[in-house]
Design a protein around this ligand. Structure first.
Ligand code: ADP
Ligand code: MG
Ligand code: MG
Length: 885
């Protein structure tokens, strides 16, 4: 016989906190609170396995469930001394949902179950309080009709409001017993009218109540929530059946919620709210303004003053639970005639600054070890600390949404052209650049802007990639907006109009575009952050570098603790308006001589860029990738721009248009690019090698420590790499001879094609390092790109074909397997003498970092603003490895 039901009560429990998979978070912690010796209404938990059974068997229960539920109810009756369905002294219960992880607001709960026309009189008599009994009854009919029978809650709310109006009351507590009786009669009539009459039989109520909680697991909102939060659908929910305690039985009764520390700041102060003479969700539902727990400046009567003994008790519970769980707790309680009952505890959700402060202070208090503290902060949340955020308390009118392309909050005045952004910024204005999409010409304007909005383009569009690199908040691909450049205005689907100069705010982490200037909160790094990150760096094994190519990127990289540059993409350096024409000349050149002429113009720019990078990164390694442009990205699109370019290059418009069209057809990911450019046009590689090594030599002469690493992109064979390496080495020899000075440099290969991964042992022979380009590797292995397939991916994830978005978290089953094999092949050839890592967005994704650590990589490299995330994820990986997890 299977055990479907776990009982708790009176300081004892069959379950405990470790059993959250079986009992759900709520059930496991109700059991645990009993074990800790707190006062908890007795009850039992129906396991998540019953939920699974229910859905696997056409929504039916296991045969022996009812019997076990009956004995669970007897258990409660024994401890409480009342009987379920007894007309003289009835036991009432709550039926509460509770999944493994909390899904706030997603699932259903029914309170006061067991009431009917007979038991309500018994309750009134036993409590000697008719008002309380009918208040509970009207609440029960309303909740049961809504949650279990699916009636529209508004019908009941409306009747309640009407009654209050008729009686001239503002709060529902002012309604008298007679009013509530009348309301109950009306509620019953409403149910009957819509064919949803609630059952009088308490056992039928219980049976249906349990079914309704299971049913709430599969509501549309619950399914959506699970999808967003990557919670598997087959986990199921548990059901907790628990004796009711009453916060609505008079003025010495109350219900409330509290946090053991301030969830916004992490400050070690008791934080919470309660309502006298109320029940359940009244506090959160905003039915009346709740009162503070601790005495504060609000002037509202605090529990500390109103019920000092209970407050002292609750304070003791706070301390006890924190010590026990070694974590900040979010608790629910009810006070029945001054007696304190605990109804829920769980680890509290908190902001990133709060998480860090709590972790650091708990180590100081001796509650946590440093390793435990490291595991307590959600790595993915860390960029909250670095970017300013919109004040969560400020009112906001969201006028459109798009993709959360680059996190952070930005506030500024709308401008529609990159030049305007620069001009406005020059006169001291803060601006938000609004574009249909951005192109390399817009880079200056993007730089000048506080934030960027585009109507088109995905998470890897030009706007998104460049904005993330700059740390500029960006909302991309907002289908809700249309932009009119000529009139300089933006219209939203909802009818809002934003003109040039109007204030806008954006939340890049949520993808929201908001009307007006919303106040921001500083993301200033605190002392706690410094202390915490020091522990993180002591714990981790993986080296963390940054992807950076501009001086400001590089400075951010250092500031955020990067140990070098893992990827400097040289093509981005040519997006600058002052250089792009020469770059275009190089791309469109008809022959080698033409190309060499254009390259000669580019050399000084490149060299200066590298000098800047080396100088900023003094003492740290810098990996520079040879040119790997999707060539068409550099070319203009409009006829006017093409004519302008033709004039600049001294070519005919037709030639430029033709060449540009030809390049456009090439697949941007797989075409004539990467090392293929270097093989076919060696002079490009020569120029770049020269720029890198001359810059390095000059920096070295100025007393800087420079370690240049030259990375060859899109390699697919050892031969290919050897050709490029020969050009690099020959060019190096030539430069060293010319300058009479030498410098050490390394040559490595990107591994971003499946072919390269499979041949990694051979390629390793010619390599000092590997940089896995996981984005391209994912595209080539999966045969899909992120931008084109967003919709498909959503659907595939919903159906469990991919566990997560493979472009956000490494697809461990496919891409991950190949990476792991390639790492092994590389090590087979070179052991520890090859430096292996990942450069690309995956390097800043915590789940991916755990994986890279596990398969023995040496480093990860990600955009500067994600460096702290990668450092923390690397430390968490190391702590897990130490614990053998
Ligand atoms: P949620 O998961 O949405 O928070 P809960 O199951 O915690 O739902 O219940 C909702 C509210 O009802 C909570 O405020 C809780 O304190 C209250 N509640 C639940 N069970 C009881 C009970 N047995 N006695 C009194 N109040 C209860
Ligand atoms: Mg709750
Ligand atoms: Mg690539």
């Amino acid at each position: 016989m299977s055990k479907w039901v776990y009982a708790f009560g009176n300081g004892q429990a069959e379950g405990d906190a470790a059993m959250r998979n079986l009992l759900g978070g709520k059930g496991a912690n109700l059991a645990e609170m009993n074990r800790v010796g707190l006062l908890v209404p007795p009850g039992f938990t129906v396991t998540t396995e019953v939920c699974t059974h229910y859905y696997e068997n056409d929504k039916t229960y296991p045969a022996d469930l009812l019997e076990q539920v009956r004995s669970g109810v007897s258990h409660i009756e024994r401890l409480i001394g009342r009987k379920f369905g007894d007309a003289a002294n009835p036991l009432l219960v709550s039926v509460r949902s509770g999944a493994r992880v909390s899904m706030p607001g997603m699932m259903d709960t029914v309170l006061n179950l067991g009431l009917n026309d007979a038991t309500v009189r018994g309750l009134a008599a036993a409590a000697k309080d008719e008002r309380f009994a009918y208040d509970s009854y009207r609440r029960f009919i309303m909740m049961f009709s809504n949650v279990v029978l699916g009636a529209d809650i508004d019908l009941f709310e409306h009747a309640l409001e009407k009654m209050k109006e008729r009686k001239g009351c503002r709060a529902d507590t002012e309604l008298a017993a007679e009013d509530l009786k009348a309301l109950v009669a009306e509620f019953k009539r409403i149910g009957k009218d819509i064919g949803k009459e609630f059952p009088q039989d308490p056992w039928e109520q219980l049976n249906k109540g349990i079914g309704a909680v299971f049913g709430s697991w599969m509501t549309k909102k619950a399914i959506t929530y699970r999808k967003i939060n990557s919670i598997p659908g087959d986990w199921g929910t548990a059901v907790n059946v628990q004796a009711m305690v009453f916060g609505n039985a008079g003025d010495d009764c109350a219900t409330g919620v509290c946090f053991s520390r301030d969830p916004a700041t992490g400050e070690n102060r008791f934080y919470g709210e309660y309502l006298c003479n109320a029940q359940g969700e009244d506090v959160v539902a905003g039915i009346r303004t709740p009162q503070p727990l601790a005495k504060d400046a609000s002037g509202r009567l605090s529990m500390q003053e109103a019920m000092p003994e209970v407050y002292a008790e609750l304070t003791a519970v706070r301390g006890k639970l924190e010590k026990h769980y070694k974590d900040m707790q979010d608790m629910e309680f009810t006070i029945e005639h001054k007696k304190l009952w605990m109804l829920q505890t769980r680890s509290g959700k908190r902001t990133a600054p709060a998480a860090i402060r709590v972790a650091v202070e708990m180590v100081a208090e001796g509650l946590l070890t440093k390793d435990e503290a490291i595991m307590r902060v959600d790595a993915g949340q860390l960029d909250q600390v670095l970017h300013p955020t919109l004040d969560p308390k400020a009112p906001k009118k969201v006028i459109a949404t798009g993709l959360p392309a680059s996190p952070g909050a930005a506030v500024g005045r709308a401008v529609f052209h990159a030049d305007d952004a620069e001009a406005w910024k020059a006169r001291g204005e803060k601006v938000i650049l609004v574009r249909i999409e951005t192109s390399p010409e817009d880079i200056g304007g993007m730089h000048a802007a506080e934030g960027v909005i585009t109507a088109r383009g995905g998470m890897t569009s030009h706007a998104a990639v460049v904005a993330r690199g700059m740390g500029t908040p960006c909302v991309s691909g907002s289908a809700d907006i249309t932009i009119n450049y000529a009139q300089k205005l933006l219209r939203t689907a909802s009818g809002a109009v934003v003109r040039e100069g109007d204030w806008l705010s954006i939340d890049g982490a949520k993808g929201q575009i908001i009307e007006g200037a919303v106040p921001t909160m500083s993301g200033a790094m605190t002392d706690n952050f410094g202390v915490f990150m020091k522990w993180v760096d002591e714990a981790r094994r993986l080296e963390v570098r940054a992807n950076a190519e501009t001086p400001s990127d590089a400075r951010h990289a250092r500031e955020f603790g990067a140990e070098g540059i893992g990827l400097a993409r040289t093509e981005h350096m040519f997006f600058d308006p002052s250089r792009i024409q020469d770059m275009r000349g190089m791309i469109l050149a008809q022959d080698e001589a033409g190309r060499r002429a254009a390259l000669a113009k580019l050399l000084p720019y490149q060299k200066q860029d590298f000098k800047d990078l080396f100088a900023i990164m003094d003492g740290l390694p810098v990996t520079i990738r040879l040119l790997d442009p999707p060539l068409h990205e550099f070319l203009p699109h409009t006829e006017a721009e093409l004519r302008d370019l033709a004039r600049h290059l001294g070519l005919s418009y037709e030639t430029v248009a033709e060449r540009s069209a030809a390049l456009h057809e090439a697949n941007p990911m797989l075409g004539h690019r990467g090392c293929r450019l270097a093989v076919t046009y060696p002079e490009i590689c020569e120029m770049q090698t020269r720029a890198i090594l001359e810059a390095a030599l000059e920096c070295q002469a100025e007393g800087k420590t420079v370690t240049p690493e030259i990375e060859v992109p899109l390699v697919g064979s050892k031969k290919e790499l050897d050709i490029v390496k020969a050009i690099i080495d020959a060019t190096a020899e030539k430069i060293f001879a010319e300058k009479g000075a030498k410098i050490g440099y390394k040559v490595g290969s990107m591994i971003e094609l499946p072919r390269a991964a499979l041949l990694a042992d051979e390629i390793a022979e010619s390599c000092d390092f590997f940089g896995f380009g996981t984005n391209d590797l994912t595209q080539t292995i999966l045969g899909m790109s992120r931008d084109d397939t967003g919709k498909i991916l959503d659907e595939y994830r919903a159906r469990g074909i991919y566990a997560a978005d493979p472009f956000a978290s490494v697809d461990v089953e496919g891409v991950g397997k190949l990476i792991e094999a390639a790492v092994k092949l590389g090590r087979k050839t070179k052991g520890g003498r090859i430096h292996i890592g990942v450069c690309g967005e995956h390097g800043g994704d915590p789940e991916s970092v755990y994986f890279f650590d596990r398969i023995g990589m040496d480093f990860v490299s990600c955009s500067p603003f994600r460096v702290p995330i990668a450092r923390l994820a690397a430390a968490q990986a190391a702590v897990k490895a130490k614990a053998g997890k």
